[in-house]
Structure formats: structure tokens, C-alpha cells
Design a binder for this molecule. Structure first.
Ligand SMILES: [Fe+2]
Length: 165
């Protein structure tokens, strides 16, 4: 991690991608030590915010088989995903239409930029768990239709454990 990465910075400026990846990797490794066997119903997800600081927050998400978010971005937050258990698939819109798909396997890290829409899904066969780091801390998500047109923006409440279904 370069020294410039940890120098003081504006609160609305995302931490650099290498720092976000490092935070996600460390949190993922810590959780993997417990050899978690997450439970989530088919098609359902849960999420809990584990940590919040001025510059970033850390979320743990459980993914039932066949669960997905839908196409979304993370507002002004950049971030990184570390998969702790099983495999997630990211779907990213192509400029000319259609989607590019990318598997994020156990132990893999996946950075993403602020404002970049994607969908994330657990396409099975096992229940998945992942750590997500956002910087600045997540405050809103915009959702898109299948043509990658924005349809709604939701502000993020500060939950305990939240089950999406
Ligand atoms: Fe996302």
C-alpha cells in the first residue's frame, strides 16, 4: 500500500482501489478463518454492515442460490468485493448492448468504480457469502432497467441484519 494511499483526504473522495482491495481482502480472510457455512433461502439474501468509518464501510452479504441484486450502481462510492464462500457472478452492461459476465470465486477480489452499474448474482450451486467495502461509505444505490436506463435511487438505511426476502 503506497504511503499516498493513507494520507489525509477529503471525506467525499474514495480511497484508492488498492486500499479498498486490501481492506476487502483482509476482512474476507478474517471471516474465512471461521470456515463459515452461511444460510440463506433460495432466491434470498441478507446483509449486515460490519464496520463504518469516515472513509469506508464494510458489509457482509449472504446469497441464497439463484439470488441476485438487479442492475445497480453505488452512487458516489467506489468499492471492492471479496468472496468468502462459493462463487458470485457479476454482469456488466456492454456499451453496445448486452452484458459481460465474470465469475468471482472464493478468495477472489473484485474492485469497482463509483457510478459503474453492474448486477451480482449467486448462480449456484452453493450458498455464497461476500464482503463488500465502499468508499465513501455507501449512502445510495441507483437501479437500472435491462437497457441500463436508471429507474430509481434508494438511500441506504443503517441496518442491523436485513433480510431482502
Ligand atoms: Fe453492487
Amino acid at each position: 500500500m503506497a504511503l499516498r494511499s493513507v494520507l489525509p483526504r477529503a471525506l467525499d473522495e474514495p480511497l484508492p482501489p488498492d486500499v479498498l482491495a486490501d481492506l476487502a481482502a483482509r476482512a474476507g480472510r478474517r471471516l474465512a478463518r471461521f470456515d463459515p457455512d452461511p444460510v440463506a433461502p433460495p432466491g434470498g439474501r441478507w446483509h449486515v454492515r460490519l464496520r463504518v468509518t469516515d472513509h469506508y464501510d464494510v458489509w457482509l452479504i449472504g446469497w441464497g442460490v439463484d439470488s441476485r441484486v438487479e442492475l445497480h450502481d453505488h452512487g458516489d462510492s467506489a468499492g471492492a468485493i471479496s468472496v468468502v464462500r462459493a462463487t458470485l457472478t457479476e454482469h456488466t452492461p456492454r456499451p453496445g448492448g448486452g452484458f459481460r459476465s465474470h465469475a468471482i470465486t472464493t478468495g477472489a477480489l473484485h474492485p469497482f468504480a463509483a457510478g459503474a452499474p453492474h448486477d451480482v448474482a449467486n448462480e449456484g450451486p452453493d450458498t455464497a457469502m461476500s464482503v463488500h467495502v465502499y468508499s465513501p461509505p455507501l449512502t445510495s444505490m441507483t437501479y437500472y432497467d435491462a437497457n441500463a436506463t436508471p429507474v430509481r435511487t434508494e438511500t441506504i438505511d443503517l441496518p442491523g441484519l436485513v433480510e431482502d426476502r
